[in-house]
Write a protein that binds this ligand. Sequence first.
Ligand code: GTP
Ligand code: MG
Length: 451
Amino acid sequence: MDDETIVALATPPGQAGIAVVRISGSRSESIVRAIVRPLPVILQPRHSHHGFIQDGPRRLDECLAVFFRAPRSYSGEDMAEISLHSNLFIVEEVLDLACRLGARPALAGEFTYRAFRNGKLDLLQAEAVNDLIRANSRAGSLLEFDNLEGRLSQAIGAVRAALLSEAADIEGAIEFAEDQHFVPAANPALDEAAASLDAILAAGRFSEVLSRGLAVVIAGRVNVGKSSLFNALLLRERSIVSALPGTTRDFIEETLHLDGFTIRVTDAAGIRPVAGDDIENQGMQRSLDKIAGADAVLFMVDASQPLQDSDLEVARRLGAKKRLLLANKSDLADEKAVRGIRDAFPGEPVHLVSAKNGDNLGVVSAFLKGLLRDLPDPSGMIAVNLRQKGLLQKLKDAISRVRGLQAQQPAPGELVAEEIRQALRIIGELTGEIGADDILRGVFARFCIGK
Ligand SMILES: Nc1nc2c(ncn2[C@@H]2O[C@H](COP(=O)(O)OP(=O)(O)OP(=O)(O)O)[C@@H](O)[C@H]2O)c(=O)[nH]1
Ligand SMILES: [Mg+2]
């Protein structure tokens, strides 16, 4: 498969200033020469050449072409990149032309897969490419870029080195032991390596938040004004607002960008003890699921009406989740109702707001900004994705087993050696040196086409 030349659009499809078409494989030079004219007899690698996209005698567009000679390219193969105007029809034609000239459409992540196969990147770095593209915060993107530069790979490399030296000590000891009563010296480097894994895993949840963004749900009983607040936060009429209780039936999610961070805000169906129908029931269940997965909740009650059982039910469902208590409809606030809210939630600040008029909504942005401030400092952290996290946990467990066996009297040398080999295999899976094809396919399938 690797000797095939592949082609794909590397920029998002649609109208834009420029589009970049990427070609990788042994036919890259002949294809770019056939599509772009005039090009010099000798293409200087990594230099921009001005020309025209040519289909037979017809000029389709003006463009810039850059040629990369293997192995000095992203994929490690001969590559070409053509920058042209981002017009759907012309881009399609260029892709077609390339295919007629012997290329085939690239699969998702195939350029990076080839880079991995050609030793330009290990699997951890290849994943960082995708995680970088998808990171939902400035801090998260910086951590992914660190990984692309090899930060996670180096941390894992240190663990591997410690394991190898421990293995050498043990194998030496086994060989020279007259009897089985030897105690191999526990190598402090391995303890340090294990501690570094602990630190990476401890920061794992946070690095996940950095990459996916914060999830905030607007929760409350029906008709308190959740959708009105959602629209006010987004500055547009995204959710349907009506005086009918149970208007929002399915959740609606949108993203807000605040201080270099992505916040996913969810407007959920209102919660009430008896649903109007099965659809509403399902909606409520989804609300509860969303609440369970949220980093924080905007808990809304109605300041114009006495607190109801369903308000208390919502509060109970929120449990210990971080929340901001909003008493909405301040324009119609009823003194007794507000007192009732304060009494029901003693010690918790009650913020009177009006989602409809926008009164006092500054408390919501202050709360969201506070959430961001509460996140730990990402410097020094290493980002890990779910696949990596699972393997790191396994690696940590394997190292604990090594230490556990070593503590036995007499230490079972062969078993220790086998556990170390097992730990090294896990490292191989992490970096992609050992990997079933389906695992690799799974990793690269999450990429976009053209990357
Ligand atoms: N006076 C006043 N009315 C409001 C305010 N906020 C929302 N409303 C009204 O309250 C009603 C319900 O608003 P929604 O935003 O649809 O409430 P919801 O909580 O999303 O309702 P469900 O989706 O049915 O659970 C609508 O008639 C809104 O116009 C407010 O601050 N003041
Ligand atoms: Mg609603």
